[in-house]
Design a protein around this ligand. Structure first.
Ligand SMILES: Cc1cc2nc3c(=O)[nH]c(=O)nc-3n(C[C@H](O)[C@H](O)[C@H](O)COP(=O)(O)O)c2cc1C
Length: 339
């Protein structure tokens, strides 16, 4: 993918342009303009979509955009793909189209999304409206408690996917989480390969920096060990957040991780609808020992898959760029569709 093609213009997609009278294939191609707005780790956007004339979308993970250093077991890869799958489903349902998403346990295809003809009552309109509004906020959050009904609503979004949600609000566990975060930040940044990988995505401008800031950011991350600075900043962000949420599941299988991404995207959109900001923080989960410590600390039954801060902010941060849907879409289902 050419970094020069990354653009924030993708956020201007307008529901009024939906080709209601078009073929199902034309409609699906329009819906993919929403799918690419999904969040992904390092904004690597590790997706490719095959579209056939029956309305089936074949979702594949793209290895060139897999974060081998940060995410060797592909957890974040599958979560990110799940975010895109669910965004596609929400968009389909908003326009009254039927939608069924299946995740094969292995093989080249990570998900097959079958989008049927219209005529159904529109669903998920409130979440749909947030697809173009949602963004990740890296700033400190206000110390305003998140109302319990909002948290219950977020939890309900995850229930469909069998994803458990642990809400951490008390000071003491948050302090322990902050220590774990600092530990993980320091350890990750000692690895030149991890820093090179992060620098690659910062340097491309994928994280939303200007051309100059992206180049300075890449040089700084690649050449300096900024672990101490990251540890201080990120642990303070966790400690000061009104809520830290941890998603966990019964196993580490691929369909489970895709489902976790789907649950997370619904929660992120619901949070956005409630006027709240979300910030995933993955460093603890990227290190097997720290991930296990997280499980013990929160006494989780299952395996932790995702951690994010939740809270209120003043104003918003700008959108990050994407590769447009057309550049990540191919015709039909390719021959390696083995499930
Ligand atoms: C699985 C996953 C893991 C992520 N981990 C982090 C993280 O550790 N730190 C961070 O600042 N953002 C993290 N993010 C947020 C992405 O950086 C963000 O989604 C991406 O840059 C696109 O920006 P946007 O969400 O504002 O559209 C993560 C997102 C996903 C889906």
């Amino acid at each position: 993918m050419d970094p020069a093609d990354l653009t924030t213009d993708v956020w201007d997609v307008d529901a009024a342009d939906f080709p209601a009278e078009g073929t199902v294939e034309e409609q699906v191609r329009f819906l993919l303009r929403y799918a690419v707005l999904a969040p992904s780790s390092h904004n690597a956007q590790p997706w490719s979509f095959g579209v056939d004339d029956c309305g089936t979308v074949t979702v594949r993970g793209v290895d060139d955009r897999w974060l081998r250093e940060a995410d060797p077991d592909r957890r974040e890869f599958h979560l990110s793909l799940g975010c895109a799958v669910e965004t596609l489903r929400i968009a389909a349902r908003r326009f009254g189209l039927g939608c069924r998403a299946v995740t094969p346990a292995e093989g080249a295809v990570v998900a097959r999304v079958e989008i049927g003809p219209g005529g159904n009552p529109p669903l998920d309109a409130d979440l749909f409206d947030q697809i173009t509004e949602r963004y990740t906020d890296h700033r400190p959050f206000q110390w305003t408690p998140v109302p319990t009904p909002v948290l219950e609503n977020l939890r309900a979004e995850a229930a469909e996917f069998d994803v458990a949600v642990r809400i951490v609000r008390e000071e003491r566990p948050k302090r322990s989480l902050a220590e774990l975060q600092a530990n993980a930040d320091r350890a990750q940044m000692t690895s030149p390969a991890y820093r090179r990988e992060l620098g690659r995505w910062i340097g491309m401008g994928a994280l939303g920096d200007s051309w100059l800031a992206a180049r300075i950011g890449r040089a700084a991350v690649t050449q300096l060990n900024l672990g101490g600075r990251e540890a201080r900043r990120n642990s303070a962000l966790i400690e000061s957040a009104p809520v830290v949420a941890v998603l966990s599941t019964g196993d580490d299988e691929r369909p489970t991780q895709v489902a976790t991404g789907r649950a997370f995207q619904r929660m992120a959109l619901a949070a956005s609808a409630a006027g709240l900001a979300v910030h995933p923080m993955s460093q603890i989960l990227e290190r097997p020992d720290d991930r296990e410590r997280l499980r013990e600390l929160l006494d989780l039954d299952g395996r932790p898959q995702h951690l994010f801060r939740l809270g209120a902010v003043d104003g918003r941060q700008p959108h990050t760029p994407r590769w447009p849907a057309e550049s990540v879409t191919v015709d039909g289902g390719a021959p390696d569709d083995a499930e």
